[in-house]
Design a protein around this ligand. Structure first.
Ligand code: PMT
Length: 405
């Protein structure tokens, strides 16, 4: 999950660096937006180094002496759309006033108006400013709009006074973030092994057999599992996707490599979700040099790849094993046949010829075929939402297995 952390200009700004670390430990991908005031206290480089992302400091960023470009002019919209939560910590009295009044005169305040994500603010300021009726009124307006306010702690303040105004503890801020996201950490203690993406089966140094998998379905499962507290190992064929925060990526290329990587890590896993589109066949010979054009026709001799799902299912033990089924016809019949052929707990079947389902789209339409027969057809959902439902089902089957039902 992605959080934009707005850092504003107060003495407590230095605490935001440690807060970034805590958020990352909780598997959040953090990008930082600094106000002009914050830059008086800290350099953007600190946050860039911690997050690995560019730090946004200005509304119309451009190289010195150059006019602002279109991308920077609409960046607040892009950030607004991609974040799952906006956290402002520390939030000064001035920024709270702007948020309350809807004044959008810099990147952070514009982002606040542009995003539909939940918003959490953690104020920090001098006690008189905190107690001022104007600040109280502004906080009341923000709360009325659904903004979560993490009240400051009491203690010795940078101004030399004692009282309320210190930035709340990182734990209190994290609690509010979890609450705002409706967070469930029901996979804490689980190790989830996910396969994703296509495999590439080389013919020669420049050609290979592959398929249209983008990796999005498997990456969504990995990201959702990590957000719910699991340790996640993602064995992925080649994709263009960034590694989800907090996930251990094991990159592979061929079905053979995927089989080896899964074999190496599966012992640690308590739940296995196999969303990869693994090649069923590979060329018998991989040519060492580029094959030359010549004969009018050419046959490729193919051989079967290892069935990774079957191998994992055969050594299943107490772990929950989830396979996918990519079908273009008679979905239920094929899914049930897969369930009968391999001792897996759940088959997630998608009709990949269906509009908005399967390969290389953001949504999927799946039917869940659990071994206990409680089949469930889901509507068209984002891949992230499908991932959540698959994990819910895996947990249901796990608790069923524990209770012996
Ligand atoms: O990556 P996206 O663009 O988001 O697309 C998502 C998806 C369509 C790839 C995904 O939703 C999906 O259906 N994944 C499974 C694709 C597939 O290979 O299905 P299958 O019916 O051929 O295989 C059945 C199961 O066996 C799958 O869990 C597969 O990972 C596994 N398998 C297949 C072949 C093989 N040699 N070893 C395997 O383990």
């Amino acid at each position: 999950m992605r959080i934009a952390l707005g850092v504003t200009g107060g003495v407590a700004a230095y605490k935001a660096a440690e807060l970034v670390r805590r958020l990352q430990q909780e598997k959040f991908d953090v990008e930082v937006v600094m106000t002009r005031g914050a830059e008086e206290f800290l350099r953007p480089l600190t946050f860039a180094a911690l997050t690995g992302h560019k730090v946004i400091t200005a509304m119309f960023a451009a190289a010195p002496g150059e006019p602002a470009n279109v991308e920077s002019a609409i960046e607040h919209i892009a950030v607004a759309q991609r974040i799952d939560l906006l956290l402002v910590a520390p939030a000064t009295a001035g920024v709270l006033a702007k948020l309350a009044a809807g004044i959008a005169d810099d990147f952070l305040t514009t982002l606040y108006l542009a995003t539909k994500a939940p918003v959490v603010v953690a104020p920090a300021m001098n006690i008189n400013m905190w107690e001022h009726p104007a600040t109280r009124e502004n906080l009341g307006r923000l709360r009325a709009r659904g903004v979560r306010v993490v009240d400051p702690d009491e203690g010795y303040l940078a101004c030399g006074m004692t009282g309320a105004g210190r930035l709340a503890s990182h734990e209190a801020i994290l609690e509010a973030v979890r609450g705002a996201l409706n967070f469930v950490r029901d996979l804490a203690g689980e190790v989830v092994l996910v396969t994703a993406g296509p495999t590439c089966e080389d013919i020669d140094p420049v050609r290979y057999l592959t398929n249209r998998s983008s990796g999005r379905m498997g990456y969504a499962v990995a990201e959702a599992a990590a957000a719910r507290g699991a340790s996640v190992i993602l064995v992925s064929g080649p994709t263009a996707l960034p590694t989800p925060a907090g996930v251990e990526l094991v990159p592979v290329r061929s079905a053979e490599q995927m089989a080896r990587a899964v074999g190496k890590h599966v012992d640690r896993a308590t739940i296995v979700v196999m969303a990869a589109a693994v090649a069923d066949y590979r060329p018998v010979h991989k040519h060492a040099q580029k094959m030359k054009r010549g004969a009018p026709d050419l046959s490729l001799q193919l051989e079967m790849t290892p069935d990774i799902l079957a191998a994992v299912a055969a050594e299943k033990g107490r772990r929950i094993v989830v396979g996918f089924a990519a079908e273009t016809e008679r979905l239920a019949e094929h899914a049930r046949r897969k369930l009968a052929a391999k001792p897996v707990d759940l088959i997630v079947a998608n009709d990949v010829s269906h509009h908005g389902a399967g390969f290389d789209v953001d949504t999927n339409v799946v039917t869940l075929f659990p071994r206990d027969g409680r089949e469930k057809a889901l509507p068209a959902l984002s891949k992230r939402e499908v991932a959540e439902r698959v994990l819910d089902e895996a947990l249901r089957l796990k608790s069923g297995a524990r209770n012996g039902s």
